[in-house]
Design a protein around this ligand. Sequence first.
Ligand SMILES: NC(=O)c1ccc[n+]([C@@H]2O[C@H](COP(=O)([O-])OP(=O)(O)OC[C@H]3O[C@@H](n4cnc5c(N)ncnc54)[C@H](OP(=O)(O)O)[C@@H]3O)[C@@H](O)[C@H]2O)c1
Length: 329
Amino acid sequence: MSDIRWGVLGAARIARKQVIPAMRRVGAGEVVAVASASGNAEPFAAELGIARAYASYDELLADPQVDAVYIALPNVHHARWILAAARAGKHVLCEKPVVLGTAELEAVTAACADAGVQLAEAFMYRHHPQLRRLRELLDAGTIGELVSVESSFHFTLPRSEPPDIRLRPDLGGGSLRDIGCYPVDLLGWLTGAEPDDLGVVAHRDTPDGADTRMAVAARYGAVTANLHFSFDAPFRAEARLIGTAGSIELPDVFRADNRGGTARIRIDRDGETSVVEVEGDQYGEQAAAFARRVTDGAEDADGAALTARTAATLERIAAAAGLTVPASL
Ligand SMILES: NC(=O)c1ccc[n+]([C@@H]2O[C@H](COP(=O)([O-])OP(=O)(O)OC[C@H]3O[C@@H](n4cnc5c(N)ncnc54)[C@H](OP(=O)(O)O)[C@@H]3O)[C@@H](O)[C@H]2O)c1
């Protein structure tokens, strides 16, 4: 059991449903405080058994009994509150995408380094052990040289009033930043590179012009990729890797938690299909990994490099699609 004392910024759905239960499940410290700017801290704290409830994020950041914060705010608010948390000496686990561009990433990375605090982007799928197994398969030449990757993320998001934060460009919403970031991050992880070329088409069907469907074609060295995502189709979040000697399908690559944590890896080679199942608790592993870093003071150079690739690639895709970047800092 870690002795980290967590504070949560935002009485968020994802904090309630996934991240706080995961922290408790794996003993990644104690959640001691929550802050909500919209007056929801008290009921959230009561529901989840959290000792202290604050009506502002600044009050929580001033609490000396908080070591680390988990930020689950709309994307446009991430960078500002990472900076404030770093100034207050708190370690930061922040929801994906951690920033809205490379300038923000430089600012928050420098602030956290100056303050000597850890910063991690809460891309939980990176922590599922299926990725380790996948890397082993690729390194063993199971499908030969990687040729092409297709990856997608779709779910149906009702057009409600007021609109969900995901449909608000002014809050950093839109399908690219909400779900397209997963395929983009996966390609950065697989190739260790940013695309050397890319093209984008986007569809926007909200009054504010949020991107609701998008397709990206990109080349990462010798690997070509097709990435697509939308708010307009039943849930699927998957990847297919095509190599010179076979292919690998990952139908649970981003949300294995939807299947109780069990991810399937389907391998097709020489006319034969085999399926490997890998168990994991990606939200739990994410919390545990962060707690270890806080305790050890260890850097996660690979994670930081991947976050940088993803931020740079998202920025290029957003620019190619003509998306505006809302003012944040
Ligand atoms: N890793 C994952 O699996 C996953 C899944 C879903 C979402 N996320 C990420 O988590 C973050 C929050 O998503 P969510 O679905 O949990 O969001 P949410 O519950 O709709 O909102 C999160 C918090 O943001 C604040 N907020 C909401 N609307 C706002 C507005 N109009 N202006 C300013 N603040 C507002 C509220 O904080 P207060 O309580 O302080 O008012 C709210 O509690 C996003 O960055 C998203 O990308 C990650």
